[in-house]
Write a protein that binds this ligand. Structure first.
Ligand code: ADP
Ligand code: ZN
Length: 210
């Protein structure tokens, strides 16, 4: 099963991808996490990507396509995967088609922009493993410490209010057209993101199975 999770930043793609990948036994591949890891390790890719990410802009297609291609070639992705945060442009979707990757379903998690803004201000992520938390909806058991790996949990630089608005604008301009792209192929399913993570997970699993 090869799935794509589509949605605005903060819609809950990453959280749902973590839940669904455990249920289905396939890895969730987040290009955002891969890029943050590259930035942290100051690799050539990370150095090239950092300025775009800090501004809330998309990283150029050739860079992201390169990392994604390497990642899906790894053995753990043989039996399927969930793509979280990729493709984000029509060019990236076309690149995926050219790689010969067949997609079973595209799950759009829809959340209105005003709700998104509130959510992102409370979002926190683990610096070490990328797990995501929220100060109100999904707090860590111990403040600032990741439940799953003990790493340091911090606010992302790009979750500052100014950057959030520009990321939303970028989403509507560059990524939302992918809904039509996959709708035309009969693959798009839309899930309305709920306040509760568990409720959204239930709808997401129904959309995948149905
Ligand atoms: P969010 O979905 O909350 O915006 P991600 O963790 O998916 O966060 O991505 C963080 C940043 O990484 C994006 O704002 C963008 O700069 C970069 N990025 C991630 N995936 C892609 C992609 N497929 N194409 C271009 N840039 C990407
Ligand atoms: Zn962690």
């Amino acid at each position: 099963m090869n799935l794509i999770f589509l949605g605005a930043p903060g819609a809950g793609k990453g959280t749902q991808a973590e839940i669904v990948c455990e249920k289905l036994g396939i890895p969730a591949l987040s290009t955002g996490n891969m890029l943050r890891e590259a930035v942290k390790n100051a690799t050539p890719t990370g150095l090239a990507a950092k300025e775009y990410m800090d501004r809330g802009d998309l990283v150029p297609d050739d860079i992201v396509i390169g990392i994604l291609k390497d990642r899906i070639a790894k053995p753990d992705a043989k039996n399927g995967f969930i793509l979280d945060g990729f493709p984000r442009t029509v060019a990236q979707a076309e690149a995926l088609d050219k790689m010969g990757v067949s997609i079973d379903k595209v799950i759009e998690i829809y959340v209105p922009d005003d709700v998104i803004c509130g959510r992102l201000s409370g979002r926190r992520v683990c610096e070490s493993c990328g797990a995501s938390y929220h100060v109100d909806h999904k707090p860590t058991k111990s403040e600032g410490v990741c439940d799953s790996c003990g790493g340091k949990v911090v606010q992302r630089v790009d979750d500052k209010p100014e950057t959030v608005l520009s990321r939303l604008a970028t989403y509507h301009e560059k990524t939302a057209p992918l809904k039509d792209y996959y709708q035309a192929k009969g693959k798009l399913k839309t899930v309305v993101g709920q306040d509760s993570i568990a409720d959204t997970a239930k709808l997401t699993l129904e959309a995948i199975e149905g």
